[in-house]
Design a protein around this ligand. Sequence first.
Ligand code: SF4
Length: 281
Amino acid sequence: MDKQQHLTYENHSRYFADCRYIYPVVSRRSQGLSLGINLNLNNACNWRCVYCQVEGLVRGNPDPVDRDVLVAELDFMLNWIVNGDFIQQFAPIGLQRFNDICLAGNGEPTLSPDFNFVCDVIAKLRAKYNLQEVKTVLITNGSQIHNPQVQEGLKTLALLNGEIWFKVDRVSKTDILAVNQVALSSDSISKRLKIAAGLITTYIQSCWFSNNGNNPSQSELDDFIQFISAHQEFIAGVLLYSTARQPALAEGGNITQVSLEFLQQLNQRILDLGIYSRYHV
Ligand code: SF4
């Protein structure tokens, strides 16, 4: 990222001002500044979603973080944002607001052995900088929610104006295998989703895309709507999106954005159920 330039929608570099773990982005979803925390410096994830945009993604777990460095970086950036000129210097006019601190790295954040430690650090620094209005967001594939230690982290985040975005892209085993490249049943997703929802405000986040020029099938859409409907009482809403950039994986070579109309129609089906939903490409 060019440090001299304003942040833009397209500029999602994980690195800023020589930080290793912390990266600011102006996010389309937040209409403001989001301060990201990347716990997966080695690009390791337990899933391999075909649309993933992590360059050099590998299967595996993240290494432990250098705790001193992470705390120093987060403290430095928060001080610059809250007490300094960071927003005026780098955020475009109209987007000069601090929306959230977001755990979303180059892999699944809850795989990190330091996930709870980082949740505690966020709590301390939010208190130090008096950030009641700023959200704390965890973007997760939900695969580790059964882990009691991860649940402790979610409880901490819940107290920090927190919410999670729980990935549910497809519902049938076959479609999950094709999209997320993991063997998973909708029952196991459902179990973990319900655990999460009992601990923290939970949104379902879902990625839709064309493959070889073909939109997702009717059965993919119908299964998804059925799943959403069955979990209405547990979720705060649904966040739909499509691939803004070219996927990084070879498997994603034939993936392109779905149309705005496609997302609008899917969004409307969810709204018709009486469930909050929004979308962006
Ligand atoms: S869960 Fe996220 S980081 Fe992991 S492969 Fe899927 S999109 Fe990439």
